[in-house]
Design a protein around this ligand. Structure first.
Ligand code: FAD
Length: 470
C-alpha cells in the first residue's frame, strides 16, 4: 500500500526526516502538497510568498521525477479523499509549530486514527523542537542569550542524505499553473525574478556561496547596508529548501580552524530563528497581540496617509525609503533595514506594529509568522527580550553609520543619486544650492520629511511613558 509524504514547508529531499522515514517503508511513495488558503485565516500566504512557493514546488516536483501531487482546498478533506482513492496506509509529515498548522495536524491525526492509518510527525524544521529547551523552572525562555546558550548545548543528530526514490504511487494532480501563484496582470514580480531562484538546488548554492565568500567577515560587516554581507538564506529556510541543521552543520564544519567569530555570530542568528519559533509556540497570541500586557493600551495612532507613505517609500527619510523600495522591488531587505523601518513606523509615526507586520507579510519572500511577529514586537518594545522603549533609532545616524557613502540609498532612491555624500542622509538639511545642483525640488521630486525627527522622538517617548509601568 502507498505511503503519503505530506510536504508543507519542508520542500527538499536532503535532511528531511519525514521523507526519509516515508521512503524506508515498503509501499510506493505518494508525495503530496496541499494549498489550504482557509486554515491560516488572516495569515494566508502573501503575494511574494505565493510567488516563491510556485518556484519551490516546481523545483521539488522536478526532483521527484514529476510525481508531486498538488491539491488545493481543505487539508483534512483532501487527505481523506486521497486515502479513499489510494488506500494509503500511512502519512508522514514534518512537525510544524504555528497555531493554525498545529490545529491542522490535530485534525489530520484524528482523521488517521478514525481510519486506522498511521500518522507520524517528524522533527526537522528547527534545530530543537520548541519544548526541548526550557529554564530550570521548566518555563520557556523569554531572553535570547540564556536561551541560545542552553539551546546550542543540545545534541543534534547527523544531517541526512536524500533518500533514493524510484517507486511512486500515482494520483490525480492539479496543474501548478492553474493555482495562479504568480502574478500576470500587472506582473509585479520582475524584481523578484531578477533577485531570487527558489528551490533546493539554488538554496544549497546560496549556502555554499555564503560560506565561501562572506562568512569570515560576517561579524565585521553585519549591519552594513551597502555591501550585502548576510546570507540571504531566509526564504530558503522559511520554505524548508534547506534545514537549519544543514546550515548549522555546514557553517560549523567550515569554521573548523578558522577564527570562529563570523561563524558564532551567524549561528546566533539561526538561534534567533529558533527563539522566535519557540516564543510563538508557547505564546500563540503574540502573532497578533503584544506579549507584554501593558502594551494592550498603547496609544497608537491611525493614519492611512502615513502608513501609505511608509509602504511606498515616500517618508522623506532616504534610508527608510530606500529600504521600503527594496522590499517592494525584491521582496526582501536586510535585518538592519528592517529594524530601521520598523522603528520609524512604530516610534516616529506611532502606527501599530501589526500594520507593519501585515505589510511585511504580503511583500516579503521570507514572510514567517514567528520571525515577523517576534521581531516587530522586539522593535516596538512589546515583545520578549525587546529593545527598551526609549531606544528610538535616529534614521539619519543609522544611515550615516550603515550606508556611509550613500550607495544603498542611491541604488533604491535614484532621484537622490546626484546628491553629495554629506547631504544624502538628510536632503532636508542640505542647502538650497546643493539641492538645486542635484536636481532636487523637495516636496516635488522627493518628499519633505513626513515628521521631524525630534518631534517624532518626543511624541513616541510621551506615548511610551504612559505604558511604561504597566
Ligand atoms: P542572515 O543574517 O544571513 O541570518 C541567517 C538566518 O538566521 C536568516 O536567514 C534567518 O533565518 C535567521 N535570522 C537572522 N536574523 C534573525 C532575526 N532577527 N530573527 C529571527 N531569525 C533571524 N526573518 C524572516 O525570516 N521572516 C520574517 O518575516 C522576518 N520579519 C522581520 C521583521 C522585522 C521587523 C525584523 C527587524 C526582522 C525580521 N526578520 C524576519 C529577521 C531578519 O531580518 C531576517 O531573517 C534576515 O534579515 C534575513 O536575511 P539573511 O537570510 O541574509 O540573514
Amino acid at each position: 500500500r502507498p505511503v503519503i509524504m505530506w510536504f508543507r514547508r519542508d520542500l527538499r529531499l536532503s535532511d528531511n526526516p519525514a521523507l526519509s522515514a516515508a521512503a524506508k517503508t515498503d509501499g510506493p511513495l505518494l508525495p503530496v502538497f496541499i494549498l489550504d488558503d482557509d486554515a491560516p485565516g488572516h495569515f494566508s500566504l502573501g503575494g511574494a510568498s505565493r510567488w516563491w512557493l510556485h518556484g519551490s514546488l516546481e523545483s521539488l516536483d522536478k526532483s521527484l521525477d514529476g510525481s508531486l501531487i498538488l491539491r488545493r482546498g481543505k487539508t483534512a478533506e483532501i487527505l481523506n479523499k486521497l486515502l479513499d482513492e489510494t488506500d494509503a496506509c500511512a502519512i508522514h509529515t514534518a512537525a510544524a509549530y504555528e497555531p493554525y498548522e498545529r490545529a491542522l495536524e490535530e485534525a489530520v491525526e484524528k482523521l488517521c486514527k478514525d481510519r486506522g492509518v498511521e500518522f507520524t510527525r517528524h522533527e526537522g524544521r528547527l534545530l530543537n523542537s520548541p519544548d526541548a529547551v526550557s529554564t530550570n523552572d521548566g518555563d520557556p525562555y523569554q531572553v535570547f542569550t540564556p536561551y541560545w546558550k542552553a539551546a546550542k548545548r543540545k545534541h543534534f543528530r547527523d544531517v541526512l542524505r536524500a533518500p533514493s526514490l524510484n517507486d511512486f504511487a500515482k494520483a490525480r494532480s492539479d496543474d501548478l499553473g492553474d493555482w495562479k501563484l504568480r502574478p500576470t496582470k500587472p506582473d509585479w514580480a520582475g524584481g523578484l525574478r531578477e533577485t531570487w531562484t527558489p528551490g533546493e538546488e539554488a538554496a544549497k548554492k546560496a549556502l555554499a556561496g555564503f560560506i565561501d565568500n562572506k562568512l569570515l567577515d560576517y561579524e565585521k560587516d553585519r549591519g552594513r547596508l551597502d555591501c550585502d554581507p548576510s546570507s540571504r538564506l531566509s526564504p530558503h529556510l522559511h520554505f524548508g529548501e534547506l534545514s537549519p541543521l544543514q546550515v548549522y552543520s555546514a557553517v560549523r564544519h567550515a569554521d573548523e580552524g578558522a577564527s570562529g567569530k563570523g561563524a558564532e555570530s551567524f549561528l546566533s542568528e539561526l538561534g534567533w530563528r529558533e527563539f522566535c519559533a519557540q516564543l510563538l509556540f508557547h505564546f500563540p497570541h503574540t502573532a497578533t497581540e503584544p506579549l507584554k500586557d501593558q502594551f494592550k493600551d498603547f496609544p497608537w495612532r491611525q493614519s492611512k496617509a502615513d502608513l501609505k507613505a511608509w509602504q511606498n517609500g515616500e517618508t522623506g527619510y532616504p534610508i527608510v525609503d530606500a529600504a521600503m523600495r527594496q522590499l517592494w522591488e525584491t521582496g526582501w531587505m536586510p535585518n538592519r533595514a528592517r529594524m530601521v523601518v520598523a522603528s520609524f513606523l512604530t516610534k516616529h509615526l506611532l502606527i501599530p506594529w501589526q500594520d507593519g507586520a501585515d505589510w511585511f507579510w504580503d511583500t516579503l519572500v521570507d514572510a514567517d509568522l514567528a520571525n515577523n511577529a517576534s521581531n516587530w514586537q522586539w522593535v516596538a518594545g512589546s515583545g520578549a527580550d525587546a529593545a527598551p522603549y526609549f531606544r528610538i533609532f535616529n534614521p539619519i545616524l543609522q544611515s550615516e553609520k550603515f550606508d556611509p557613502d550613500g550607495d544603498y540609498i542611491r541604488r533604491w532612491v535614484p532621484e537622490l543619486k546626484k546628491l553629495k555624500n554629506k547631504d544624502i542622509h538628510a536632503p532636508f538639511e542640505a542647502s538650497a544650492s546643493s539641492l538645486s545642483e542635484a536636481g532636487i525640488d523637495l516636496g516635488s521630486t522627493y518628499p519633505k520629511p513626513i515628521i521631524e525627527h525630534s518631534k517624532g522622538r518626543q511624541r513616541s517617548l510621551d506615548a511610551y511613558e504612559k505604558v511604561k509601568n504597566g
